[in-house]
Design a protein around this ligand. Structure first.
Ligand SMILES: *[C@@H]1O[C@H](CO)[C@@H](O)[C@H](O)[C@H]1NC(C)=O
Ligand SMILES: *[C@@H]1O[C@H](CO)[C@@H](O)[C@H](O)[C@H]1NC(C)=O
Length: 280
C-alpha cells in the first residue's frame, strides 16, 4: 500500500523532528485509524478517520502539503500521537475511554486517555510525550498559516474535522504561579491546572466550528461513520447550565462547585465507550 518513497519520507520526517523514533515510526505507517463505539454496551458502529499528511483524503482540503511553507501545518507529531493512542499499545490509548461530550449538531468530544506512560516505567514514548509543547507548536503553525492565507492549513471549517484538544479556551484565567528555589535562584513555575488539556482528548465536528481553531490541533478527517456521529448527536445529554441562576451566582462568588458542574455539561446519560480502536 505504501511505496518505499513514502516510507522514506515519513522516516526522514520523523527523524528530522527528533520524535521518539520507535513509536513515531510504528504509527507512521498508518493512513487511517478506526474507533469502534458501544452505547450502553451495545455495538453502535465504527468511526474511520483519515490521518493528515498520510496521503489520504484528509489532505484533500485546500491545504495541500506542497502549497504550505512548512510541513508542521500537517501536525506530524500530533498525527503520530493520535495514531499511537488509537493503536492502544500496552493498554495506553483510547480503548475503554469515553465519548463524554456531545453538543448536538456541533461536535462530539472524547474524554482523552488517563495514562501516557507504559507499564515499564520509562518516560512516555508517546509522540509528544506528556507535555503539549510539540502540539502547541504545531497548532501555532496551523494558526499562522491560516491567518496569512486562510485555508492554507487544516482548520475546523467543515463537518468531519478531527482534532486534539491542546489549549484552554481564550479567556481562561492564567495558571497560578509560585516561586521555587532552583540552584539558589528563585524562579517562577506555573502550577499545572487540574484538567488542563493534555493533547489526548479529541473531537469530531458535525458542522464548521471556527472557534475550535484557537484550541485544537487538526489531525484528520472523518471518512466513515457519519451516521454513527449523527446518532450520537441525538443522545440525551446533561444541559449547559451556564445561564442558570445557580450557576451564575456560584461562578460569580468563585464557588468551585461551578467549575465542577461545568465538567458535566453535554455529558450523555448513556455510556458511550470506545471498545476497540486501531490503525488501518
Ligand atoms: C488528560 O486529560 C483528560 C481530560 O481532562 C483526562 O481525563 C486524562 O486523565 C488526562 N490524562 C493524563 C495522562 O493526564
Ligand atoms: C455553555 O454556554 C455558554 C453560553 O450560554 C458558553 O459560553 C459556554 O462555553 C458553554 N459551556 C460549555 C462547557 O461549552
Amino acid at each position: 500500500m505504501f511505496s518505499s518513497t513514502a516510507t522514506a519520507l515519513a522516516l526522514s520526517l520523523a527523524l528530522s523532528l527528533g520524535a521518539p523514533c520507535s513509536s513515531a515510526l510504528a504509527a507512521a505507517q498508518a493512513s487511517s485509524v478506526f474507533f469502534d463505539v458501544a452505547i450502553d454496551g451495545e455495538p453502535a458502529g465504527r468511526l474511520l478517520v483519515d490521518l493528515l499528511g498520510r496521503g489520504s483524503a484528509a489532505d484533500s482540503s485546500d491545504a495541500s502539503p506542497s502549497s504550505s511553507s512548512s510541513s508542521s501545518v500537517l501536525a506530524p507529531v500530533g498525527v503520530a500521537r493520535f495514531a499511537e493512542l488509537a493503536e492502544d499499545r500496552d493498554g495506553v490509548g483510547y480503548v475503554r475511554s469515553k465519548i463524554d461530550g456531545i453538543e448536538k449538531d456541533r461536535v462530539i468530544r472524547s474524554s482523552g486517555v488517563a495514562s501516557l506512560a507504559y507499564s515499564d516505567g520509562s518516560p512516555s514514548r508517546i509522540p509528544g510525550g506528556d507535555t503539549v509543547e510539540d502540539l502547541d507548536r504545531e497548532l501555532d503553525a496551523q494558526q499562522r498559516a491560516n491567518s496569512q492565507n486562510p485555508g492554507s492549513a487544516p482548520r475546523h471549517d467543515r463537518a468531519g474535522a478531527v482534532s486534539l484538544v491542546v489549549r484552554e479556551p481564550p479567556g481562561t484565567p492564567p495558571p497560578k504561579t509560585r516561586l521555587v528555589a532552583i540552584n539558589g535562584k528563585f524562579v517562577t513555575v506555573e502550577e499545572p491546572r487540574k484538567g488542563a488539556p493534555n493533547g489526548t482528548a479529541f473531537v469530531v465536528t458535525m458542522a464548521p466550528a471556527p472557534e475550535l481553531d484557537a484550541t485544537n490541533l487538526v489531525v484528520g478527517t472523518l471518512r466513515e461513520g457519519q451516521e454513527l456521529v449523527a446518532r450520537l448527536s441525538e443522545l440525551p445529554v446533561s444541559s449547559n447550565r451556564t445561564e442558570s441562576a445557580f450557576f451564575k451566582i456560584a461562578k460569580a462568588t468563585g464557588d468551585r462547585r461551578a467549575d465542577a458542574a461545568a465538567k458535566f455539561f453535554y455529558r450523555p446519560f448513556q455510556k458511550v465507550v470506545i471498545v476497540n480502536s486501531g490503525k488501518v
